[in-house]
Design a protein around this ligand. Structure first.
Ligand code: FEO
Length: 405
């Protein structure tokens, strides 16, 4: 059964909820689902903007056909070719071969790569600033490469002042009937989803994101319609301010992220001891993660959020504990930078974890290491070593207190 909603003059939401897929990109857990947003403008010409994941084509087509009724589909705009949005595009091309398809040259190339019959349908490659009239609605295309793939563009409806922003301003999470930001408590229900989505999916592309934000700032926007999650029409500034922080790798808050890798609990004890000492010294914004237990995407989100990090790990087979290694590799891949770090290693013999963590942090940008000599203990922390740990906590507190955000 169709499920659509008008969002602006002649403009409708025809997206779907995905509460079935366990992992986004087969990687990031989706405990509270995700949406694939698609839109249609019914003007003199009918215009579809993006499609949905292939698994949700049936619902999507019901929505589309319900609104088209007996009208043809005249225009299809592809803002993003990733299959969570373009999965149903091939089917649309087979069903609507007379529609005219608009996308960037790179997106045309991706259509061919994904095996869609783009060369059998009328299509136009569009560039920055190109316009398209649907009748009353005049659309402008805004290139936004690497937010999150190179072919990405935004489409701006100059008539309704709606910016169709592709992945930008998207979040994980389902829409339970509430579609607009002013119908829900974004801070409570979606901010964590938004942070985990941006930091893990788009986080690597801070500079292109800032470029896209700068372009968007020159446009009068009444509504942002992304490809995932709620539509923005009230508090546009809230997420834009967060985006500026995330895209420049600036911490949102002063606080301490503690990540540990522990085989039998002794390194874990140290992580929680440090957390307790920090709280007793007045730092209550502390988050502790077992790298073996929590999916790395959650750790990445809090790493973007917080100003200080503590990493403590056992040495494993003469190298770094694999789950801690995975977190650090992900941080590096995402270009994470500008943080203050303390390092604690454990090794029952031939300790190596400290040096390997230090090497990783030194290969990232603007990382301030509080203890380059690293704190090392063997098997378990004893009374003799405890003062060193307390001293390191003092260093963290001193750095925290002198940090201005
Ligand atoms: Fe939501 Fe980059 O796809």
């Amino acid at each position: 059964m169709y499920n659509v909603r008008q969002i602006a003059e002649d403009t409708w939401y025809i997206g779907v909820n995905d509460n079935k897929t366990h992992r986004f990109e087969n990687l990031h857990p989706l405990p509270e689902g995700v949406t694939y947003n698609s839109y249609i403008i019914l003007d003199e010409k009918t215009c579809l903007l993006d499609t949905v994941d292939w698994g949700f084509t049936e619902q999507f087509l019901e929505n589309l056909e319900h609104l088209l009724k007996d009208r043809p589909l005249d225009v299809v705009i592809v803002n993003h070719m990733e299959p969570d949005h373009a999965g149903a595009l091939g089917e649309v091309m087979y069903r609507y071969p007379n529609a005219h398809y608009y996308m960037t040259p790179k997106a045309v190339e991706f259509c061919r790569n994904f095996g869609f019959p783009i060369d059998d349908v009328p299509h136009t490659e569009v560039h920055e600033g190109d316009t398209l009239s649907l009748g009353k609605h005049v659309l402008t295309f805004v290139e936004a490469p690497m937010v999150h793939w190179p072919e990405v563009m935004f489409t701006y409806d100059t008539t309704t002042k709606v910016l169709f922003s592709a992945d930008a301003f998207g979040t994980f999470g389902l829409l339970d009937g509430r579609l607009f930001d002013d119908e829900l408590d974004f801070e409570k229900d979606f901010m964590d989803h938004a942070r985990r989505y941006f930091t893990n999916i788009v986080g690597k592309y801070g500079k292109p994101t800032m470029n896209a934000l700068a372009k968007a700032a020159t446009i009068e926007i009444d509504m942002i319609a992304p490809l995932h999650g709620p539509i923005w029409r009230k508090n546009l500034g809230t997420l834009i301010e967060k985006y500026k922080l995330w895209a420049t790798y600036t911490p949102e808050e002063k606080g301490v992220l503690i990540v540990y890798g522990s085989m039998y609990g002794h390194t874990e004890e140290v992580a929680y001891l440090m957390a307790s000492l920090l709280v007793q010294r007045g730092i209550t914004n502390v988050k502790v993660y077992d790298a073996s237990k929590t999916h790395v995407s959650y750790i990445i989100a809090d790493a973007f959020r917080l100003s200080h990090w503590v990493f403590t790990s056992v040495t494993y087979n003469m190298t770094l504990y694999p789950t801690v290694q995975a977190v650090l590799e992900d941080m590096k891949m995402l270009n994470l930078q500008n943080r203050t770090v303390a390092i604690v290693e454990n090794g029952s013999w031939a300790s190596r974890a400290g040096k390997l963590m230090l090497d990783q942090f030194n290969s990232m940008r603007n990382m301030h290491i509080l203890n380059p000599e690293t704190l090392s203990f063997q098997s378990s922390l004893d009374e003799e070593k405890r003062p060193e740990l307390v001293k390191l906590v003092d260093q963290i507190v001193e750095s925290y207190n002198s940090t201005e955000l």
